[in-house]
Design a protein around this ligand. Sequence first.
Ligand code: PAF
Length: 290
Amino acid sequence: MSTIQVVSTITELHDSLGQARDSAALTGGDTRIVLVPTMGALHAGHLALVRRAHALGGIVVVSIFVNPLQFGAGEDLDSYPRTLDADLAALGAENVSFVFAPSAREMYPGGASDTRVTAGLVGSLYEGAERPGHFDGMLTVVAKLLGIVTPDVAVFGQKDGQQAFLVQRMVDDLNVRSTIEVVETVREPGGLALSSRNRYLDEAQHTAAQALFAALTAAVEAAPAGPAAALVAAHARIAAQPLVKLDYLVIVHPETLLAVHDDYRGPARLLVAARVGRTRLIDNVSLRLG
Ligand code: PAF
């Protein structure tokens, strides 16, 4: 277990990373920086991102910032779990050297930035339709974090598949010089994708929530018969769980994230979102149609 340096200002972060790079250079070590952006409330899914970051080499920085810009009115910004002590203990055990945990004032000294990154059409679909402005807020803070940390690589989870897609597209479109690495979803034994919001589920809801993964699995199995068959199979698994209120179930092209036509054959992704009680859950899987 190493000592973690927790820094809360951009100046401190730049000083610490400058020193870390200098000493790595002196000892012939890896001077690259790998960033894992998070909102804290860390679980095994985040730790998988951290492990991938370490495997990529270099100096690993984990950011912890609950970004107000990506929460809409009436969403869980105030109640979003904040567990800094437990997060730092978990990151210490993973040998993370640097945690950047800025205040909202440090990130948005003027209140909120007037300049925003816009997520475009894909940002208004699926999660974006349910949470207007969410992806603009998410991309804006990710752009700021990439600007502050200037990582060689930034690591994201596939669980938030639309987010990962939009971050990759932003980096391409805006010529940001960081590589985006996406890590496969970590699941409980019953298949439920790990999420900081799973802690809102009671026992019955938690069991019911496994229907999301059951739906994804059923769709993968039915996929050789085409998109319509895959959707029918997935819908049946969701319908079998009355506690799960489906929001959307859509098969998209992996390169555009737009819904595929029924005659489409080839690689695709199935995206699902549902509400279980007051908790909104999302998941996705890759599948091959036809
Ligand atoms: O996935 C998250 O936790 C957040 O959306 C991110 C990428 C840290 C931006 O606030």
